[in-house]
Ligand binder design. Structure first.
Ligand SMILES: Nc1ncnc2c1ncn2[C@@H]1O[C@H](COP(=O)(O)OP(=O)(O)OP(=O)(O)O)[C@@H](O)[C@H]1O
Ligand SMILES: [Mg+2]
Length: 250
């Protein structure tokens, strides 16, 4: 990560504090996503114009190329979506605080990911107390953090297992916690801090940004994310946030 930042920013970052490095990386990702989006939209416009030119000048050729145009359009669309995600996710530098029904957010994420989990024989259970105090958070970011944790849990379990999402509030301490437990292989002790670093991954197709983004979201809210072992050796990720009055980073 240091090498990457030093090369990209043209400055030596080895002496900087970890938090400062993360802030720089976050900015770099957002900038990259932003700069890739501009040529993407001009490509989209020109593909459309080219299609119109062909329709007028050579209709048979246009018909023949229709399939290829479709692929180009849908791939451009996919890239645009990816970049939009990175723009909003890579740099959750400011939080849009709202009063949120946590149970609703958890149910939404469960419904979203349940089909994928079910296909692999994985059950997703929820443990949410009846009376929960309202939480003041950025709902989009909370959703994103939870999605990242549950997707990781599904990938860790692989097949035939169980994931549980446990919500707890401690009004006296003014905190709230959201825990995602799975019965996968767990996280080896020597890896417990590395997994939160950007680009750390053990998956062939992984970007290694999921947990780092969760951590950025937690920090932006004045909270934290930690990992423990469950009683059966699986992983338990806990996102702890203040019930209200998050600290906002510029
Ligand atoms: N529930 C889990 N059980 C076991 N290991 C986990 C779990 N969640 C994350 N990890 C480990 O932490 C690493 C980093 O996770 P992270 O979400 O940051 O990236 P990724 O899942 O590898 O890639 P990406 O999220 O970008 O697709 C994973 O590659 C995996 O080794
Ligand atoms: Mg992940």
């Amino acid at each position: 990560m240091e090498k990457l930042l030093t090369a990209a920013l043209g400055q030596d970052v080895t002496q900087l504090a970890a938090e400062e490095k993360q802030r720089l990386l976050s900015r770099l990702l957002a900038r990259l996503a932003h700069e890739i989006r501009n040529p993407l939209s001009s490509l989209a416009i020109h593909v459309q114009l080219l299609e119109e030119d062909m329709t007028q000048a050579a209709p048979p050729l246009k018909a023949q190329a229709a399939g290829r145009f479709e692929i180009i359009r849908s791939e451009l669309h996919r890239l645009e979506n990816l970049m939009r995600q990175y723009l909003s996710l890579a740099a959750p530098s400011s939080v849009d605080l709202q009063t949120v029904e946590v149970a609703e957010v958890v149910r939404y994420v469960c419904e979203l990911l349940r089909p994928e989990a079910a296909e692999r024989g994985i059950e997703i259970a929820m443990d949410i107390p009846e009376a929960l105090p309202p939480l003041t958070v950025d709902p989009g970011q909370l959703k994103q953090a939870l999605i990242n944790l549950v997707i990781n849990a599904i990938q860790a379990v692989e097949r035939n297992g169980r994931i549980e999402i446990i919500v707890r509030a401690d009004p006296n301490a003014g905190t709230f916690s959201l825990q995602v437990c799975d019965n996968g292989p767990g996280v080896p002790r020597e890896r417990k801090s590395a997994i939160f670093e950007p680009f750390f991954t053990t998956k062939p197709e992984g970007s290694g940004l999921g947990l780092w983004i969760v951590q950025q979201i937690a920090t932006a809210h004045g909270g934290a994310v930690t990992v423990d072992d469950t009683a059966h050796g699986g992983a338990a990720f806990t996102l702890q946030l203040p019930l209200r009055g998050a600290k906002i980073h510029g």
